[in-house]
Design a protein. Structure first.
Length: 221
């Protein structure tokens, strides 16, 4: 007997071959053998985060460009102007082991090591951050913290930022830390909404090395 799943796509076929005996009132048991062949999932992996490498840089620059477009379309006209984040900045994050990428897990071809397309990235950096030393406002506490910089997604949706936040808190917990601080431009309404919805608290305003003001957030789990 051939069973077809209602969500089957052209790429994915699910065949279930079942052999069974019809149970009657005189029978105490039935024999059911199910053999499932999944075509199209052999190389599928779950969405996951890994450290970035130099080979990811071209894709990361595409993601940053897309993020800038999203910012401009939402009224954030000043953040990440020009070529920032530059290739040199990204290389510095990678060299320090602080650049991470979120992969969608949709492997292509027969390469068992292909972890799919990169759909998000962030720099997760152990504190203290020199620009967080002075704040117009007050941090929630003085506990050790990590900082998230240069977080970006390829496209809105899929809760990509939430997945990266979840992973970041798990990662820092493995290093004995519970706190993340992050800053964003006052006009970055999308990121401010995501941060607030996730549970981050707005603590005040910090100033970058070039004097630009940023709204500063913190969350301790």
């Amino acid at each position: 007997m051939l069973l077809k799943h209602k969500n089957m796509t052209k790429r994915t076929k699910i065949y279930c071959f079942c052999s069974f005996e019809i149970l009657t009132h005189k029978q105490e048991s039935t024999n059911l053998g199910i053999f499932v062949i999944l075509q199209g999932f052999r190389n599928h992996k779950r969405m996951h985060i890994r450290q970035a490498t130099y080979s990811d840089i071209d894709r990361l620059m595409v993601i940053f460009d897309n993020a800038k477009t999203i910012m401009r379309n939402s009224g954030n006209m000043e953040q990440w102007n020009g070529s920032y984040p530059t290739v040199e900045v990204v290389k510095g994050d990678i060299d320090a082991g602080n650049c991470f990428v979120l992969c969608d897990g949709k492997a292509s071809g027969s390469d068992q090591h292909d972890d799919g397309e990169i759909i998000g990235t962030m720099a997760l950096i152990p504190g203290p951050d020199p620009t967080y030393g002075h704040i117009e406002g007050q941090w929630l506490d003085d506990e050790p913290y990590y900082v998230i910089h240069r977080i970006a997604t390829y496209a809105p949706g899929r809760k990509t930022a939430v997945k990266m936040f979840d992973w970041a808190f798990t990662h820092i917990a493995e290093h004995g830390c519970r706190t993340i601080r992050i800053d964003t431009h006052k006009d970055n309404c999308i990121m401010k909404h995501i941060l607030t919805k996730y549970g981050f608290k707005m603590c005040g305003v910090i100033y970058l090395a070039d004097g630009a003001a940023r709204d500063a957030y913190q969350l301790t789990k």
